[in-house]
Design a protein around this ligand. Structure first.
Ligand SMILES: Cc1cc2nc3c(=O)[nH]c(=O)nc-3n(C[C@H](O)[C@H](O)[C@H](O)COP(=O)(O)OP(=O)(O)OC[C@H]3O[C@@H](n4cnc5c(N)ncnc54)[C@H](O)[C@@H]3O)c2cc1C
Length: 449
């Protein structure tokens, strides 16, 4: 394929979600013309369809990508720092478990819609980016890079050919479906047997915080859990994760009365903070979760990124962080490599081991959040991991910290080192030895950590 001429309309991105918009900013910073098609109305007009009010945890990888695109300062007012997990037992009590050893080891809550709007505002100010709202992509020709779309009135159209088309249109990607329908890729979703529902906790009477603001609150209950993340207006967004079926699942919460009784039993302190619980529970949708496996991500001129390529369950708080990391790598490769298809192939080759790793770690983390944090051995295990990190800085870093605070450690490496470290902790706990012991030193050497 010929070299991409700088300054030409070379890239079409489908989806102005957070990933598509950040990618547009990074590519434009490298001198490319970028056209972005988005099915929703322009959120700046206030006419946008109301999406799910997901509030997310942003960590080092996401923050590094925002800084790289020069928009971190713009989104900073939307961020609320969370220093650790505040656990709640049935009496509303529990410890605050700091995420890391150092004060800078914090993660940040942000509302996805507000983050997205901030990115769209930044993109709209860049002359090389052309934003087209109200255009729902329905098909793509991978040989020509021509994207067909429909507007809200049902009018159909197609964009002129593009050297490169990026599908950043989320977990339900229309581009992925179009390529799958052509037999050009295979995609399967591994659904989680648990669904989620969001509930809004308003600020306290008088305008204060209803809960400790700088924490991610968790009500772990074994097979399910409630969590809550802070918003800058001193409200919280709570999310209930529960099996979809069965007597202990959403299926059994047939009406607000059943739901209220369930909350009164399991999460009484949270229920007390939601005055309009019945209305919210009845009105808010029950969302589905799952892991998407898709192969390949690249078909001729088309490449899938973000959730369109590798949607994951949200329990490590990494789906968007990972999508943002995609953007940085792809922009770098497109910058370096004049052959766009070669750059996209390299992207897939380099990125897939890492997205596979975070997909697996995200599923494992659900177990930890809803269950393991309650187990008798969890506190001892966690303390030993932190002691080892203190004793061997840089050599032993808890896996959670590698994923959340160490953007320089690829996910696959965090998974690999995490498994070795877990073996070291098992052996130390079994022998009763601590982080300062000779055994710890020997085990770290033997594991080449
Ligand atoms: C409950 C929950 C909690 C989560 N928590 C976290 C967290 O704490 N941390 C984290 O990092 N991630 C989290 N995630 C994951 C995160 O939301 C996603 O990874 C992220 O939104 C993916 O961004 P994206 O831009 O790839 O896709 P999306 O955000 O889905 O954006 C896709 C965009 O494409 C547009 N679009 C769709 N179809 C078309 C079409 N046919 N034509 C044109 N445009 C189209 C959509 O309107 C949208 O604007 C969570 C997800 C859920 C469900």
């Amino acid at each position: 394929m010929s070299a991409t001429p700088r300054g030409a309309t070379a890239v079409t991105i489908v989806g102005a979600g957070p990933v598509g918009t950040l990618l547009a900013l990074l590519l434009a910073a490298g001198g490319r013309h970028v056209r972005v098609l988005e099915r929703r109305a322009d959120p700046r007009s206030g006419a946008a369809e109301r999406g799910r009010s997901i509030n997310l945890a942003l960590a080092a990888r996401g923050l590094a990508a925002l800084a790289r695109a020069g928009v971190l300062e713009r989104v900073q007012p939307e961020l609320v720092a969370m220093r650790g997990r505040q656990l709640h037992d049935r009496d509303g009590r529990g410890p605050l478990l700091p995420y890391g050893l150092r004060p800078e080891e914090v993660i940040y809550a942000v509302d996805r819609a507000r983050l997205n709007t901030a990115l769209i505002e930044a993109a709209a100010a860049v002359p090389l980016i052309e934003l087209q709202f109200g255009r729902r992509a329905i098909d793509v020709d991978p040989a020509t890079g021509r994207v067909s779309w429909q507007d809200a009135a049902g009018n159909a159209g197609a964009n002129e050919s593009s050297d490169t088309v990026i599908g950043a249109d989320g977990a339900g990607s229309a581009l992925r479906n179009a390529l799958q329908n052509r037999g050009a890729l295979q995609a399967t979703e591994d659904p989680l047997a648990h669904d989620y529902k969001e509930l809004h906790i308003p600020p306290a009477a008088g305008g204060g915080w209803p809960l400790e603001p700088h924490a991610l609150h968790i009500w772990p209950r074994g097979g399910y859990m409630l969590i809550a993340l802070p918003n800058p207006d001193r409200s919280f967004t709570a999310t209930l994760f529960l099996p979809s079926l069965g007597a202990g699942g959403f299926e059994a919460l047939t009406d607000s009365t059943a739901a209220r009784a369930f909350f009164a039993r399991e999460f009484p302190d949270a229920l007390a903070l939601i005055p309009d619980f019945d209305v919210q529970f009845a009105a808010h949708p029950q969302g589905k979760l799952g892991t998407l496996y898709c192969w390949p991500w690249q078909v001729q001129r088309v490449l899938l990124v973000g959730d369109a390529a590798h949607a994951i369950v949200p329990f490590h708080g990494q789906g968007l962080n990972c999508g943002f990391e995609d953007c940085v790598l792809l922009a770098e490769l497109l910058e370096r490599e004049s052959d766009c298809q070669a750059a996209c192939a390299q992207f897939e080759h380099l990125r897939r081991p890492n997205t596979d790793a975070i997909a697996a770690m995200a599923i494992e983390n659900y177990q930890e959040m809803r269950d393991t944090v309650l187990a008798p051995g969890f506190a001892a295990r966690r303390q030993l991991a932190l002691d080892l990190e203190q004793r061997y800085p840089g050599r032993f870093i808890p896996r959670y910290s590698m994923v959340m605070f160490h953007a320089e450690i690829p996910y696959a490496e965090a998974q690999r080192r995490g498994a070795l470290q877990s073996g070291v902790i098992d052996a130390l706990l079994a022998s009763g030895a601590g982080a300062d012991s000779a055994l710890a030193a020997r085990l770290l050497d033997e594991s080449a950590l």
